[in-house]
Design a binder for this molecule. Structure first.
Ligand SMILES: *Cc1c(COP(=O)(O)O)cnc(C)c1O
Length: 359
């Protein structure tokens, strides 16, 4: 068996130990005589899987008791609508646009009310995080929305925006569980799990209890009300059962590694190896303002499209796959999520050095 170093932005690399355990349990999950895929989501054995997953996530993120954890479907993109449908009591919200995902959320919110763009970094191809220390947030805005780690552009907020007493809502799809967070600073933290936690098909929403109300926008479908899922503990209808099971395994993997402090340290070390090389290379350059660099997604270019293409092709042949940058940025992007081993980054840098010498 030969596994490649997979630098995909998502769906992305998962811990090999987790995949191996899932393989071992595929035909007979702990003596149940069936796969997790085949069992009722109302069974005792499945109940234990989803409850344990939630408990482990709560422990890892130190989630306060007044927050619910919801395992939902529809991807991160469905939250672009669910958030305004459930939170826009005054039909007004403030959006900080730092990339394609934030922009999509901002555009979706305009269907439901007034979405006000209070800051943006679009003027410089989203290569930085705007100053959010003194934003002009409308008094009656229901919430302030951010995308905390910008998967495509490789930027990350180092400090959260000053939301001036408003509810902060954050899409953390591509930095979920990459470092410790203070959940109490947010009204909602949510993310699609296919970047850093599990298989596509699950989105995790961590939401403060007082934001879960019957008072949603008129016409909000039952399935798009947080209350529906909160009341039923994520089992209103059939959840993405197998995906949640894999997420649970990844939570245990992170716990065994030592938790989010250890993850952060590992991620900082891995990212430093790559960024240090980009800073000294005469061929490769990072595309992001240094102080806003993401630990998870690292875009870089040579400045020459043909050379970029040659690099991506030769890297793939050498076992470093999915390094092509997003179509809107070009160049390359290495996504180095939790499950990317340090060795993968070291070998990538060695390959880049060799490529630079030869070209
Ligand atoms: C991938 C991604 C999304 C979209 O996720 P889907 O599950 O495909 O809807 C949204 N936000 C961020 C930050 C992402 O990285």
């Amino acid at each position: 068996m030969s596994r490649v170093y997979n630098f995909s932005a998502g769906p992305a690399v998962l811990p090999e130990e987790v995949l191996q355990q899932a393989a071992d349990e595929m035909l007979d999950y702990q003596g149940s005589g069936m796969s997790v895929m085949e069992m009722s989501h109302r069974s005792k054995v499945y109940d234990s899987i989803i409850k344990t997953a939630e408990a482990d996530l709560r422990e890892l993120m130190n989630i306060p008791d007044n927050y619910k954890v919801l395992f939902l479907q529809g991807g991160a993109s469905q939250q672009f609508a669910m958030i305004p449908m459930n939170l826009m009591k005054n039909k007004k919200a403030a959006y900080i646009v730092t990339g394609q995902w934030a922009k999509k959320a901002f555009q979706e919110a305009q269907i439901y009310g007034e979405a006000v763009k209070v800051a943006s970094s679009e003027d410089e191809t989203f290569s930085y995080i705007p100053d959010c220390s003194d934003l002009d947030i409308p008094e009656d805005a229901d919430y302030v929305y951010i995308c905390e780690n910008n998967t495509i552009y490789g930027t990350k907020y180092r400090t959260l925006p000053n939301a001036k007493g408003h509810i902060l809502v954050a899409d953390v799809s591509s930095c979920f569980l990459s470092e410790p967070v203070d959940v109490s600073k947010y009204g909602i933290i949510y993310g699609g799990v296919q970047k850093n936690i599990g298989p596509a098909g699950v989105v995790i929403v961590i939401i403060r209890e007082d934001l879960i109300t019957e008072d949603t926008l008129p016409g909000t479908p039952t399935m798009l009300k947080y209350k529906t899922h909160a009341d039923a503990e994520s089992l209103y209808n059939t959840p993405p059962a197998y995906g949640i099971y894999i997420c649970g395994k990844v939570f245990q993997w992170i716990k065994n590694m030592g938790g989010l402090e250890v993850m952060k340290q590992r991620n900082e070390e891995k990212a430093k190896i790559l960024y240090d090389f980009l800073d000294e290379s005469k061929m490769f350059q990072g595309t992001v303002r240094k102080e806003d660099r993401s630990l998870m997604n690292v875009p870089f270019v040579t400045g020459d499209k043909d050379l970029d293409a040659k690099f991506v092709k030769e890297a793939e042949a050498a076992g470093f796959v999915n390094l092509k940058g997003h179509r809107t940025v070009g160049g390359m992007r290495a996504s180095i999520y939790n499950a990317m081993p340090r060795e993968g980054v070291e070998k990538l840098v060695a390959f880049m050095k060799k490529f630079e010498e030869e070209n």
